[in-house]
Design a protein around this ligand. Structure first.
Ligand code: FES
Length: 112
């Protein structure tokens, strides 16, 4: 489900990610996690920087994603590590929502 345009790539319909939920997608060969938390959308890399674990298999609470493998925690807005064992931040990506579609751009990847 991809259709690249100027705002990024369409990765999901709005109703696929309810508040407090997340979705793993692939864009431009990258594994990306999309989160909706307190009404806002966020996007980070979906593979933990500590090991081979998908963050979307973990737990999302209060803007923090917890890795399912060793419990590493990251801020979904900045990608910052919030304590051991993780010590490398996640990449973050611009994400937007329009006309019932969620788009992610990998062109302007940002790091904290
Ligand atoms: S693989 Fe995520 S904390 Fe170890």
């Amino acid at each position: 489900m991809t259709s690249p345009d100027g705002d990024g790539t369409v990765v999901a319909r709005s109703e696929e990610i309810a508040d407090g939920e997340m979705l793993g997608v692939h864009v431009d060969g990258r594994s990306i996690a999309i989160y909706r938390s307190e009404g806002r959308l966020y996007a980070t890399g979906n593979i933990c920087t500590h090991g081979q674990a998908l963050l979307t298999d973990g737990w999302l609470e209060d803007g923090v994603i917890e890795c399912p493998l060793h419990g590493g925690r990251f801020d979904i807005g900045s990608g910052a590590c919030l304590g051991p064992p993780v010590d490398e931040p996640l990449a973050t990506y611009p994400v937007s929502e329009r006309d019932g579609e969620i788009r992610v751009s990998t062109r302007t990847e940002a790091r904290p």
